[in-house]
Design a protein around this ligand. Sequence first.
Ligand code: GRF
Length: 202
Amino acid sequence: KRVVVLISGRGSNMQALIAATMDPAFPGQIVGVIANRPDAPGLDTARRHDITAIAVDQKAYENREAHEAAVLDVLAGLDPDIVCLAGYMRLLSATFVLRYSGRLINIHPSLLPLFPGLETHERALAAGMRIHGCTVHFVTERMDEGPIIAQAAIAVEAGDTAETLSGRLLAAEHRLYPHALRLVLDGTVRMTNGRAILERRA
Ligand code: GRF
């Protein structure tokens, strides 16, 4: 199956997905990476792996709609079965989300539905959480909502700062995202009527 990854920055989750998909037994391959900014470091990482990496510079478009239409055009050319958001820092319109409904997934650095939005590590610490985590979910029209595919939790340690916590969580993200992608690609999890259904395995 064909997978396209959308990024905005460093692309470490994208890199984890690339690494996982290099295993011939993985049920999909990354056929392209798209960034909304030409300086996203992840673009070079993808190119080093001989993956088509395309910048659709948001600054070159008059408004959000025009930029998104251009992203949709590039995506259509890559013909993905699944689209993975990996640190893609732009809200997607209902048109986009519906076009790829059930085939569009995102990783978020919190145990959703706790802490949607930004600064999740700071907020988890401020709330006195003793665990923190990450979530891969199907993308629906509302930000950081949508049926949960898989989650991983880590312990909050004494003396943790947002930096130490996010560093440990990132390692968990890099394990979780390939796992969750595999579940979607092989049909173990699918979105039906706005819910993520887990297939029972014999
Ligand atoms: C990750 O923490 C991810 O959960 C969030 O944005 C960050 C992206 O990091 N959505 P990277 O670009 O994958 O390194």
